[in-house]
Design a protein around this ligand. Structure first.
Ligand SMILES: Nc1nc2c(ncn2[C@@H]2O[C@H](COP(=O)(O)OP(=O)(O)OP(=O)(O)O)[C@@H](O)[C@H]2O)c(=O)[nH]1
Ligand SMILES: [Mg+2]
Length: 468
């Protein structure tokens, strides 16, 4: 049986090696730091799918002494095949070469090489020495250009040099890499070493299948959430008719709390699907998703058409958060326009909308009950779905290498309103509305059939979003 493909991620200190590994193996626990020299020992991180390790990446410390190492290698007179073992034997106890020993050991063990470099800075002599060391190992090797600042002035110079030393050169940004970009990187590793071609082909298939499974799971989770939330009611006895308003308010609060809790749980479950630690994943500071589900801002932002939204303009801090989401997500999803204007007025459009209404049940005196819920405006299913989709989008774009940094907002495209559901076709929106109606009416058999259809639709929609 051929061995599992293993790649050592190697490079100069602080270029983003650990960030690349964290993203590829989806591990939030790998230590990443702005301080050079954070990683001091090599550590192997296997990717396990269905309990099987399919590929592994080794995080290594940065080069410490590349000029001396290269000098020694050039003078080495033994057979090429003994170069690494002789180096490791000779410098095993030399603290000045500890990093070189750590990073070359996995290569000697048979790992392929992924060389990570920050191409937004100029090329120096030590970089050339590092590249030459890696070439002398004779192992299959790829270079990854991780442009930390986005500066491209030195890119061509880097590429020209890299071509001399590497079988392949690719751009891959650890912090912003999407699922599709990760897949492309794995695809290109296939061409690197024939012995691993089949194994890496399987890895790519397994990754794609696993992603589809996650999307299917998320679609099932949100359908389950909607079914429960849209049928939620709170009831209580009504001892005296004049206490109706007071009891109704208490029940409405209970209902809202229950729905909020369900939504938090849904969002946590989505995070888990993508192996994000709840403590490390965070929404951008200004995101409208940070607004309470039952706030005016949420209702206004997700519930209004773009023209109304722009007409109403941005008045509240919460709506400014919507502007960030527009800028961050809009471009990629092909949605939304940036909200302009300053006039007050968003809240006016809310018009004191009753979020949940109460009704009195039962006729006999002393037997009356007040019921609050279920949510009675069809708009709710779209608000809930839009919040879910926006959260999903942030989760899949939250890199495992992204720590304490906000997503970089990108230029907004012109388009519709702040909600993906508004871009769905009529049939899809009708399906949602029918589901809302069937669940609210307590029609179990109709809602089951519609739910299956809605789930399939959402699964495809999540797949589509993953590939944007
Ligand atoms: N802006 C930006 N910062 C990055 C990128 N990749 C890494 N960084 C940052 O660069 C710093 C170093 O990243 P690490 O992944 O720890 O680098 P390393 O190569 O493992 O560093 P050592 O272990 O010290 O050799 C961290 O502050 C990262 O957040 C990137 O693509 N863009
Ligand atoms: Mg590191």
């Amino acid at each position: 049986m051929k061995t599992m493909p293993v790649f050592a991620v190697i490079g100069h200190p602080n270029e983003g090696k650990s960030s690349v590994v964290a993203t590829l193996v989806e591990n939030d626990q790998i230590r990443i730091s702005p301080r050079p020299g954070e990683t001091v020992e090599s550590r192997t991180y296997p990717v396990s799918i269905d309990g099987q390790n399919v590929i592994a990446f080794v995080d290594t410390p940065g080069f410490q002494n590349p000029l001396q190492t290269l000098g020694w290698m050039r003078k080495f007179e033994g057979p090429e095949s003994a170069l690494l073992s002789s180096f490791l034997a000779q410098f095993a106890d030399d603290p000045g070469m500890a990093h070189e020993c750590e990073l070359l050991r996995p290569v000697w063990d048979g790992a392929g090489i992924i060389y990570v470099l920050d191409a937004s800075r100029p090329l120096r002599q030590v970089d050339k020495a590092e590249m030459e060391i890696l070439r002398l190992t004779g192992r299959p090797r790829m270079a990854i250009l991780n442009c930390k600042t986005g500066e491209e002035e030195f890119l061509e110079e880097w590429k020209a040099e890299l071509r001399k030393h590497f079988n392949m050169v690719r751009t891959f940004n650890a912090v912003s890499a999407t699922f599709a970009e990760r897949m492309r990187l794995l695809e290109s590793l296939r061409a690197l070493e024939q012995d691993w071609e089949d194994a890496l082909g399987r890895v790519v298939d397994v990754f794609a299948r696993d992603w589809r499974r996650r999307n299917a799971e998320c679609a099932a989770l949100v359908c389950d959430f909607l079914r429960r939330v849209l049928s939620m009611v709170e009831t209580a006895r009504l001892p005296e008719p004049e206490r109706k308003a007071e009891i109704e308010a208490q029940l409405a609060k209970r209902l809202e709390d229950g729905i909020r809790t369900e939504e938090v749980r849904l969002h946590e479950q989505v995070c888990l699907q993508f192996r994000h630690d709840r403590r490390s994943f965070a929404l951008p500071e200004q995101s409208v998703l940070r607004q309470d589900l039952f706030s005016r801002t949420t209702w206004t932002v997700f519930g209004l058409s773009r023209s109304k939204l722009v007409a109403a303009a941005v008045a509240t801090g919460g709506a400014a958060g919507a502007a960030l989401d527009l800028a961050t997500l809009g471009h990629s999803l092909g949605l939304f326009a940036a909200i302009g204007g300053t006039a007050a007025g968003l809240t006016a459009l809310f018009q004191g909308e009753r979020l949940v209404r109460g009704k009195v049940l039962g006729l006999d005196i002393g037997q009356r009950r007040v019921q609050v819920g279920p949510l009675d405006t069809v708009q709710w299913i779209f608000v809930l779905l839009d919040r879910f989709l926006m959260h999903y989008w942030y989760v899949i774009h939250w890199s495992h290498a992204l720590r304490d940094q906000d997503l970089q907002p990108i230029a907004a495209a012109d388009g519709g309103k702040l909600g993906l559901t508004s871009t769905w076709n009529r049939e899809a929106r009708k399906l949602c509305a029918e589901f809302f109606k069937a669940v609210g009416a307590g029609d179990a058999s109709a809602s089951m059939t519609i739910e299956a259809e809605l789930r399939r639709f959402l699964e495809e929609e999540l797949e589509r979003m993953s590939r944007l």
